[in-house]
Design a protein around this ligand. Sequence first.
Ligand code: ARG
Length: 280
Amino acid sequence: MKKNKIAVAVALCMAAVLTACGGTAKTETTKAAGAETTKAAGAETTKAAETTKAGAESSAAGGKLVMVTNAEFPPYEYHDNNDIVGIDADIAKAIADKMGMELEIQDMAFDSLIPAVQSGKADFTAAGMTVNEDRKKNVDFTDTYAQAAQVIIVKDGSEIKAPADLDGKKIGVQTGTTGDIYAGDIKDGNIQRFNKGMEAVMALSQGKVDAVVIDREPAKVFVKENAGLKILDEAFTEEEYAIAVKKGNTELLEKMNAAIKELKDSGELQKIVDKYITAK
Ligand code: ARG
């Protein structure tokens, strides 16, 4: 309904413009205008949706939950045309449904996620975020919902065969991730930071780094998409993912934990995982 109204409004505007422009090449212009109208209406709808989003930003209690993520992390969060999809997006949607709230997802740099939650710009972050002691000082974590690991990607035939071989090597990581943090422990390691995990993997393909330290599931996706790379059998670290909320927001934390428990108990969580992580 709303969309139609906007479409009509845009069509009227277009007509006004056409009239103002005079009548030359009328048929063609009209046709083009028709096409434009559809597009413009689409754009308008997006804008309207965005406006609503911005207006609802800080309202955890007002019916809308704002989630921030870094959608460069398949299969947990990635872009599918204009949508952000993935395991975290689906879990967050299921949690919001259980809480009777609407979910809005915003995309940003990984290292901006915790600050966004701290400042109240967002209600929570779900981003394949590993629970660690440092982060716990800045945000509160829900119960964990996934086992994870940092793994090492190398080129086929690389002399790097295990974590211990990383000493003195050039390591690619996504900025601010646990891969970035833990790679700092590598003796004489030369850490190269990238905005996206995929960029680190491309640097590896191009021989600009010797290895990439990144989470296991995205690693599998990236290796599949780039010939000549492999994941080492021995993981670099074992870790767990959880959702993070603003420190002290126990109300939201408890509601989310209750929802996560229900999703685990009902098997719904596993179903979401299975939807995105197929044949191993
Ligand atoms: N698990 C790692 C961490 O918490 C990497 C997460 C990256 N997530 C993302 N959506 N890019 O640091």
